[in-house]
Ligand binder design. Structure first.
Ligand SMILES: [Zn+2]
Length: 289
């Protein structure tokens, strides 16, 4: 599933490809993608004649601003956008086509069919599902260490599932949670309420650093994910923990292990990311390698 860096890469690509273009006709061939309005014909009618003004992002959602209407899109597992000339053959699993007045088309493909689109009157998107349920935006000014601690530090759940929960911090998924915890040298099963102030600072910095660097590299390309222009992100070559079980840890040389935690494959180094017994233990004694 694309996470924040991949969606951000799609956003930046789409800005170059579709901002300023006017929709002549929108065509939906798989109604389940359209969550709002209920009737896909209303969706198609509402978009005809509208121009893409801006592409924004909230967590893993694209927020597409058209004149007078907002389109909120989530790619879920394998949704992807591409811009094509009108005469180019339509690929299988293309479910929504936005035909522009200049003859080009924005096409939405989704093999798994889990992606969603919602239409809103401007402003209404912030007070309605799905955007109203989202937590802190990790690459925004609001994502301070204090804000991060205040939503998580009192919780007795394990860090990995907490960091995956979009209601607390949004945009992180399985790849970048594993990477951020590795970067911070914190065990994924550590409970949030066991972390010291210093560890919260380290984890906060690790989340920002990991996501920023991944955005800078155009995201990761795991399995079928490609960005809006069909290019692969470069960050997968720098993943330190995710997908590297059995390989040597870059810091200590011991093998990265994989466990299943809250139903998700979880990758970490048992030597660098030791389970801490008590919050009394200092950060210095945890540091190793
Ligand atoms: Zn290690």
């Amino acid at each position: 599933m694309p996470e924040l860096p991949e969606v951000e890469t799609v956003r930046r690509t789409l800005i170059q490809l579709i901002v300023g273009k006017t929709i002549e006709q929108a065509t939906v061939s798989l109604p389940r993608i359209i969550q709002k309005p209920d009737d896909t014909m209303l969706f198609e009618e509402a978009l005809a004649g509208r121009t893409f003004m801006e592409i924004d992002r909230r967590g893993k959602f694209l927020r597409m601003v058209l004149d007078g209407i907002i389109l909120v899109s989530h790619l879920r597992m394998e949704g992807r956008y591409g811009v094509y000339a009108h005469h180019e053959p339509v690929e299988p699993h293309t479910h929504v086509i936005f035909r522009f007045t200049d003859g080009s088309e924005l096409r939405y493909r989704d093999v798994r069919q889990f992606g969603t689109m919602h239409l809103f009157a401007p402003g209404e998107e912030w007070t309605s599902p799905p955007l109203n349920k989202l937590g802190l935006e990790p690459l925004s000014d609001n994502f301070t260490c204090e804000a991060f601690r205040s939503v998580l530090a009192h919780r007795s759940s394990k860090l990995k599932p907490l960091l995956l929960n979009q209601a607390y911090v949004t945009g992180l998924g399985n790849i970048y949670v594993d990477e951020a915890l590795y970067e911070a040298r914190i065990h994924p099963e550590q409970t949030a309420d066991s972390l010291s102030a210093q560890e919260w600072q380290t984890l906060h910095q690790a989340v920002v650093k990991t996501l920023s660097e991944a955005v800078r590299q155009g995201g990761s390309s795991i399995k079928s994910y490609v960005n809006g222009q069909g290019e692969m992100g470069m960050f997968q070559q720098q993943l330190q923990a995710y997908g590297r079980s059995g390989e040597a840890c870059a810091r200590c040389g011991n093998p990265i292990v994989k466990i299943v935690l809250a139903g998700r494959g979880t990758h970490f180094c048992q030597t660098c990311q030791r389970m801490k017994r008590s919050r009394k233990r200092t950060a210095a004694s945890v540091k190793k390698g």
